[in-house]
Design a binder for this molecule. Structure first.
Ligand SMILES: Nc1ncnc2c1ncn2[C@@H]1O[C@H](COP(=O)(O)OP(=O)(O)O)[C@@H](O)[C@H]1O
Ligand SMILES: [Mg+2]
Length: 569
């Protein structure tokens, strides 16, 4: 029923926690043994105390019963607490491993997978794995022991009656299976409806300003459908749940009636005592309960293999390795030789040939989608799916260690990454050992004056997605980071698009001063910024179609000329 791969995975996940697991297992056994002991003892209660009316035995039996109750509770505590603790520990390790993979995965992974899928594997599937593991420990293992113990007691009390009971088990199992599946199906549908509901609310809330400016009628219509689906599925789910429970009870009543009937005959004939009978009946009740729990666990277990597969996928995401030469900074030049980038069916760059000398400031212009970002993202190895060669000081880029390249290549782009932590930590990602003074200097150069008005200064938490900052403010933080990082090769990918012209010019001047001797690639739509460049390439459809200084390109009256006329008008 469970595949071998999944068992191997379970084993690998939990093996190092074996001492605690052993203790939890002891808890399971203790609890099961107490249940069996209870069923066993009923006979003595009935025959010795009720029938014989002995005070002495009443005291003994009551003491034993208390002992059993204590044993059961100790067992329950060990099993109910320790299995989950082991699971939580293992999940903590698993989450850490996955986080590591997510951070270090090859960038190409994120072009193939949706972020939603990766996230749900790392969250929902990991949680689900924990739940299933918990079911295995607290339900399946424990109840299996109970079933074995109780069957022992039943056989010992009256094996003939046990045979009769054993015949009803398949019927019970069938009813449980049939209605259990139905119930499961509808509960899954209910889950789907519910997550649709959550998803929609999420979308509405996060986009509320846009939502408010459009017709709400459409939203209401969409929502009403989700809402009434949710209602219908809740109702249906409840129906099958009730049918399931009552079918289980019906079968249990029939079995009980059979036992009472046959057991009654045997008592009347004097073949068994009343104590045997009640002990048996008590055992059966415990057994039915255990079988039910086992069967629910078995249903859960079916989800194990798919969940394990989904988790294994993120645990095995291909990661970037750090082999190769240490890149210590550009000495001569960067050269693109016949570079073509094809991702899936789309060709992002076609046969690019370009040489950038150390210290050069290269401007890159072109329409949206012409391949500008793709061209520059090759340098920090964010795009590795290229053919041709990218030579950095005559060594192919792939020959350098990825991390040393990223140490020396800095990039500021339109998308600014701000995480839900303090301003200080948001800056320290660029230079972990920077002093507060350095942080403040960098912020000043980036003209991020607004941060000095924040209530807690560098300790202000910037909020999820940096939501308390405007686009321009976010960009200035990203520029401050580049001053801190002080890279050898600097890429500006429309890095100042959200700034006003005045701030932009100020920052560009600072950049010009600060990075005077550095190599820079500047992608921009603003003519003014191109003034600090030595040379400009114009891109179209993944190709370089014009190249030269600003003056040369204007004289040429080609694509750049038309572009510059539009931009400056
Ligand atoms: N992961 C991807 N898969 C397929 N096509 C992509 C991918 N990323 C970008 N593109 C496409 O490649 C083209 C170039 O993109 P990009 O380099 O970002 O252009 P630019 O920066 O000049 O606006 C665009 O048409 C874009 O839609
Ligand atoms: Mg771009």
């Amino acid at each position: 029923m469970i595949e071998k791969k999944s068992i191997t995975f379970l084993y690998r996940t939990y093996k190092k926690h074996w001492p605690l697991l052993l203790l939890a297992l002891f808890g399971s056994i203790l609890e099961s043994a107490s249940m069996a002991g209870l069923a066993y003892l009923i006979k003595d209660v009935v025959d010795d105390v009720f029938v014989e009316k002995s005070y002495e035995k009443l005291i003994v039996i009551t003491s034993v019963l208390i002992g059993i109750a204590v044993g059961k509770q100790v067992g329950f505590f060990l099993k109910n607490y320790l299995y989950p603790v082991v699971i939580y520990r293992a999940l903590r390790e698993m989450r850490a491993k996955i986080y590591n993979r997510i951070l270090r995965a090859k960038p190409s992974v994120y072009r193939k997978e949706t972020s939603g899928d990766i996230i749900s594997r790392a969250t929902t599937d990991v949680e689900r794995f924990g739940e299933i593991s918990s079911t295995i420990g607290t339900n399946i293992i424990t109840e299996t022991f109970t079933v074995i113990g109780i069957i022992g007691v039943l056989l010992y009390r009256d094996w003939k009656m046990f045979m009769i009971f054993a015949f009803t088990v398949p019927v019970l199992a069938f009813a449980l299976q049939y209605f259990g599946e139905k119930r499961k199906k509808y509960s899954k549908r209910l889950q789907e409806s519910f997550s649709q509901y959550i998803q929609h609310l999420n979308q509405i809330v996060s986009g509320i300003e846009v939502v408010k400016l459009f017709h709400e009628k459409v939203f209401f219509r969409y929502f009403n459908r989700i809402n009434s689906d949710l209602f219908k599925r809740q109702k249906k789910n409840r129906f099958y749940e009730t049918v399931y429970l009552s079918s289980v009870e019906i079968v249990a009543y029939i079995a009980t009636a059979g036992i009472i009937f046959y057991g009654g005959i045997r008592i009347i004939k004097g073949e068994i005592t009343a104590g045997d009978f009640f002990s048996f009946l008590g055992g059966v009740l415990i057994l039915v309960n255990s079988l039910q729990t086992l069967q629910r666990g078995a249903i859960n277990l079916k989800a194990l293999t798919p969940v394990v597969e989904r988790i294994k996928y993120v645990l095995n995401l291909p990661v970037e390795d750090d082999k190769g030469k240490d890149f210590k900074g550009l000495k001569e030049s960067i050269r693109y030789k016949n570079v073509t980038v094809k991702i899936g069916e789309s060709v992002l760059l076609k046969n690019i040939n370009l040489k950038i000398k150390k210290g050069e400031k290269l401007g890159i212009v072109g329409a949206t989608g012409s391949g500008k970002s793709t061209l520059v993202k090759i340098l920090p190895a964010l795009i590795t799916e290229y053919t041709g060669e990218v030579l950095i000081d005559n060594v192919e880029l792939r020959g350098y260690s990825v991390f040393s390249l990223r140490e020396k290549v800095g990039m500021v782009s339109q998308e600014v990454f701000i995480f839900n932590d303090t301003l200080r930590n948001n800056l320290l990602i660029a230079k972990p050992d920077a002093t507060d003074e350095e942080l403040i200097q960098a912020l000043k150069k980036a003209k991020a004056d607004f941060v000095f008005r924040l209530e807690n200064g560098l300790d202000t938490v910037l909020g999820e997605k940096g939501s308390r900052l405007s686009g321009g403010e976010r960009q200035r933080i990203s520029i401050a980071r580049i001053f801190l990082k002080n890279p050898d090769i600097i890429i500006f990918d429309e890095a100042t698009s959200a700034l006003d012209v005045e701030t932009e010019e100020y920052i560009m001047e600072e950049i010009g001063k600060y990075f005077k001797d550095k190599t820079a690639l500047i992608i921009t739509h603003r003519l003014k910024l191109l003034e600090i460049t030595d040379r400009i390439v114009v891109m179209e459809n993944g190709k370089i179609i014009e190249e030269g200084t600003k003056e040369e390109l204007i004289k040429k009256k080609g694509v750049f000329y038309r572009f510059s006329v539009i931009s400056s008008s």
